[in-house]
Write a protein that binds this ligand. Structure first.
Ligand code: 3SL
Length: 251
């Protein structure tokens, strides 16, 4: 297995396709997707455009759909929800399809949707992603952070590092595991970031520029939730381009 990390969707190479692409948007799109599926949503359908979300979801029975739209951290008018994972309770999402469009996360998903396998990862479901990689051993793995409008984000890179850190803990020869796994320098950087911050993830999210943006919007509870590691046994797995369903670690 060879792993590459790309900090933003823009940095993901367009001329190749990996066996497995892992999309990360810790704050908050992939955390919300994992939470919605864990709470019983039928599926998550992601769109880069709000207009397209509205058009496609209109064809779905209204009692079986939820429209979640976020721009700049705030809920898009006309949608049922914004992008807070805390809104995705079983009472709200059970048996419904979540149609979602966010500033960066859904755009990142679109960027890698042609990969052999596409998974959505966050800190909350890190262990299921690692379990999938260990079981399926894809040859080439790309981990793509969503960043913020083309810029690096600490929270996505620390999550990439959390995945790499856990993955190499399963290698028999620890000493050269990182070197064997890494296909680019970003992998080493992400692992180092996680090693430094693994016991202070909430603090790191508060240092992050998007974390600060969410704090200004009064979303401290979202940061607290998104900073948790390995609390959801769910793996959002792309069934067809843009459509994610729940796939358990050993499913
Ligand atoms: O950028 C995104 O896709 C969102 O996750 C941003 S927010 O956390 O909902 O503000």
């Amino acid at each position: 297995m060879k792993v590459s990390v790309f900090h933003t969707p823009e940095l993901v190479p367009s001329e190749q396709i990996p066996d497995c692409a892992i999309v990360i948007d810790v704050l908050r799109a992939t955390t919300t997707m994992a939470t919605a599926l864990a709470a019983g949503a039928e599926a998550v359908q992601a769109f880069s455009s709000i207009d397209e979300l509205m058009r496609v979801s209109e064809q779905w029975p209204s009692d079986k759909r939820l429209r979640a739209g976020e721009r700049g951290g705030s809920k898009v008018p006309g949608c049922d929800l914004g992008n807070s994972p805390l809104d995705c309770t079983a009472e709200v999402v059970q048996g419904r399809r979540l149609f979602i469009s966010t500033t960066n996360g859904t755009r990142c998903l679109e960027r890698v949707q042609g990969a052999g396998t596409v998974l959505a990862a966050a800190l909350v479901n890190r262990s299921t992603v690692v379990q999938y990689l260990l079981e399926h051993q894809p040859e080439t793995v790309w981990i793509a952070g969503s960043g913020w409008e083309g810029s690096f984000s600490l929270e996505d890179t620390v999550c990439a590092g959390a995945i790499i850190h856990s993955l190499i803990s399963h290698f028999p020869h620890q000493a050269d595991a990182l070197d064997k796994l890494a296909a680019n320098d970003e992998v080493i950087g992400a692992a180092a970031l996680y090693t430094q911050w693994q016991n202070h993830l909430l603090e790191l999210l508060q240092f992050a520029s998007h974390g600060k943006r969410l704090l200004r919007l009064g979303c401290y509870a979202d940061l607290e939730y998104c900073a948790q590691t390995d609390v959801l046994d769910i793996l959002p797995f792309q069934k067809e381009p843009g459509l994610l369903i729940a796939h358990y670690g050993n499913g």
